[in-house]
Design a protein around this ligand. Structure first.
Ligand SMILES: Nc1ncnc2c1ncn2[C@@H]1O[C@H](COP(=O)(O)OP(=O)(O)OP(=O)(O)O)[C@@H](O)[C@H]1O
Length: 285
């Protein structure tokens, strides 16, 4: 008897309403295999962030039949978070459009905060890190091309550098799934490409499962193996990028689709050499 591999993420009947308004998520089902690179598309307000937040337990789903499992373990069932939520969250790094770094702290200290959820309370309150942990954090920064910025205040970094520091924090945390919520929306095209190249490289070289919500359809087609698209909270497309044709885009984006269909590729220059050198060591550490 053959046994199916355990998926990285299984989402079952995911529904969510806020303040009794229209559903932000409406019965979404999806299974994402370990090592997949999935682009999440949909117009503004279609439910992308709510889905990503539900996958890491920052949002509780509605309804008894709703569930999210990570690597076969329940993260939330019927809107109730698992008692193991802390351990499960450590496996899931999330990066946001606005980086979420503490600007007045240096970059290394920001990256070290990735270790806090896994530390005993007394040590996390004291904010004490060992020499080995400092070394790991430096390696994580090196792996995203930021070793030279370790002792600089986070607020002095460019947007793209801050986003890469946020990725280093997720690496140090030991995340096996990376959820990225519009990670390049506020970046210039060159910085956007470096961040997407980095995420793609982590996916390909480390088997990191990646789910990334994007506003740019061209970018999603370029980097992702699979697209999941939401419309008013419903999953309306799940398939390879090539199958997402103009008719489906018009259905997804309505009146703003014409803009998307004629958008130029912001990444039309050839990819840069990867800034990544040491992920293997970081993840093995
Ligand atoms: N905390 C909240 N309280 C009330 N309504 C919310 C909350 N979070 C999301 N919503 C609503 O849920 C719907 C889906 O929002 P969500 O942020 O998930 O969409 P999105 O696809 O990520 O949008 P965008 O691309 O603009 O970020 C929207 O109507 C939004 O207003």
């Amino acid at each position: 008897m053959s046994t199916l591999p355990v998926p990285a993420i299984r989402i079952t009947h995911a529904s969510k309403s806020f303040n009794r308004r229209a559903k932000a998520l409406d019965g979404v089902n999806a299974t994402i295999a370990v090592g997949e690179c999935v682009g999440l598309l949909g117009a503004s307000g279609s439910g992308k962030s709510t889905l990503l937040r539900s996958i890491c337990g920052l949002e509780r789903l509605d309804g008894k039949s709703s569930a999210v499992e990570l690597f076969g373990q329940p993260l939330q069932t019927g809107g109730v978070l698992s008692p193991d939520i802390r351990a499960l969250r450590r496996q899931t790094g999330i990066i946001f459009q606005q980086f979420n770094l503490v600007g007045r702290m240096n970059v290394l200290s920001n990256v070290l905060t990735g270790l806090l959820p896994g530390m005993p309370l007394w040590r996390s309150l004291a904010g004490r890190f060992t020499d080995a942990e400092h070394l790991q954090a430096l390696q994580a920064l090196d792996s995203v091309g930021l070793a030279d910025y370790a002792f600089q205040r986070a607020s002095t970094l460019s947007g793209g550098q801050q986003q890469r520091a946020a990725v280093a924090r997720a690496l140090l945390q030991g995340a096996r799934i990376l959820l990225a919520d519009e990670p390049v929306s506020s970046l210039d095209p060159e910085s956007a490409r470096r961040v997407m190249d980095l995420l793609h490289h982590l996916n390909r070289s480390q088997g990191m499962t990646l789910v990334v919500s994007l506003h740019n359809v061209t970018m999603a087609r370029r980097y992702c193996d699979r697209i999941i698209a939401l419309r008013a909270g419903e999953l309306v497309f799940d398939g390879p990028p090539l199958e997402l044709d103009d008719t489906k885009l018009r259905f997804l984006y309505g009146s703003s689709s014409e803009e998307l269909l004629t958008e130029h590729d912001p990444l039309d220059a050839p990819p840069l050499p990867l800034p990544v050198s040491h992920q293997t060591e970081v993840l093995a550490a």
